[in-house]
Design a protein around this ligand. Structure first.
Ligand code: FES
Length: 287
C-alpha cells in the first residue's frame, strides 16, 4: 500500500525539520541529484590519509563509491570505484597502497592512479577467438573521474581559480562585520587581485616560513538569491611555524556566495569573518 506523504513544513520554520524530509524517497533522489551528483564539492578525505604515491582510501559521494588516491606526481585524484567491465568495485578495502595501478579482482582489468583504463585481460582474445571488437578504445571506458581540490598543499597559484573573475574576498573580524565596517585585513575585488596576492607572497613578501592547516566544517546553505547560493561554513586554522611550533591561529566563519560557472561552483564572494579581533601580524597566507 502506498501512503501519501504530507510535505507540509512545521509552523516553527527552519528550526524544525519534518520527518518527511528523511523519509520521502523522491526527496532523497532529488538531494542525491542536486547535491552529491551536482556541481558541489563533497568531502572525501584528508590529505594525510594518502601520504605516499599509490596510497588510497575509498569513500562515497552520495551513493557513488569512489577511490581517492595519490598519484606518482604527488597529486591527489578521485574517480568512481566501479570497474568499467561489469561494475565491480575496483578497490574493495577501505584503504591501502596499490603501487602503480589498481587491478580489478574479478577479471583483472587494470587502471592507473588517475583512473584510466590501462589493461584489459584477453583484449586481443586467445588462439584467435574472443577479444574486444576492433573499434574498442580503452580511453573511452574508464570510470568517471571527479574533480579534486586540496587545502594546505601550498598550491596557492590554484587558489584564485576557485573564484569568478569579478569577485570579492576579504578577511575581517566578527566585530567589524557586525558593525558593517568594510575595511578588511585582506581585501580583493577581483581574481586579478587574488593572483597579485599570491605573486606577492611568492616573490616580494619576506616572512617567517609557515604553513596553515585548515579544518573546515560542513557548510550551512542559507538559500539562493540572484547573486548566487549563500553558505556559512565554520573553520579553524592551525599555523605551523618553521621550528614546528603550532598555534591555534584563527577561528571563524566563511560567508560565501557561490555561482555555477563552466560546470563548477566558484566563489563570487568570500568574507572570512574571524571570531577574534586580535590578529597576528604574520597574517601572510589567505585564510
Ligand atoms: S568486473 Fe572488473 S574486470 Fe570484470
Amino acid at each position: 500500500m502506498k501512503t501519501t506523504v504530507s510535505r507540509a513544513w512545521p509552523a516553527e520554520g527552519l528550526t524544525r525539520v519534518p520527518y518527511w524530509v528523511y523519509q520521502d524517497p523522491d526527496n532523497y533522489q532529488a538531494e542525491l541529484r542536486r547535491i552529491f551528483e551536482g556541481p558541489t564539492w563533497s568531502w572525501v578525505g584528508i590529505e594525510s590519509d594518502v601520504p605516499r604515491p599509490g596510497d588510497y582510501r575509498t569513500a562515497f559521494v552520495g551513493e557513488m563509491p569512489v577511490i581517492v588516491v595519490r598519484g606518482e606526481d604527488g597529486a591527489i585524484r578521485a574517480f568512481e570505484n566501479r570497474c568499467a567491465h561489469r561494475g565491480a568495485l575496483i578497490a574493495i578495502d577501505d584503504c591501502g597502497s596499490t603501487g602503480k595501478r589498481f587491478q580489478c579482482v574479478y577479471h583483472a582489468w587494470n587502471y592507473d592512479l588517475a583512473g584510466n583504463l590501462t589493461g584489459v585481460a584477453f583484449e586481443k582474445g586467445s588462439h584467435g577467438k574472443g577479444g574486444m571488437p576492433p573499434d574498442f578504445r580503452k580511453a573511452e571506458h574508464g570510470p568517471r573521474k571527479l574533480r579534486t581540490a586540496t587545502l594546505d598543499d601550498d598550491r596557492l597559484e590554484e587558489w584564485p581559480e576557485f573564484f569568478t573573475d569579478a569577485c570579492f574576498y576579504s578577511i575581517t573580524s566578527a566585530e567589524n562585520h557586525r558593525q558593517g565596517l568594510p575595511a578588511g585585513l585582506m581585501y580583493a575585488d577581483s581574481k586579478a587581485m587574488l593572483r597579485d596576492r599570491v605573486a606577492a607572497l611568492r616573490e616580494a613578501s619576506v616572512y617567517e616560513r609557515q604553513s596553515y592547516r585548515h579544518l573546515v566544517g560542513l557548510p550551512a546553505l542559507l538559500g539562493e538569491t540572484e547573486a548566487g547560493v549563500r553558505a556559512d561554513t565554520p573553520f579553524l586554522v592551525v599555523r605551523i611555524m618553521r621550528d614546528g611550533r603550532m598555534d591555534l591561529f584563527a577561528t571563524g566563519r566563511y560567508l560565501d556566495v557561490l555561482v555555477e560557472e563552466s560546470g563548477a561552483l566558484r566563489f563570487r564572494e568570500r568574507i572570512v569573518v574571524c571570531d577574534s579581533g586580535r590578529v597576528d601580524t604574520l597574517l601572510a597566507i589567505p585564510l
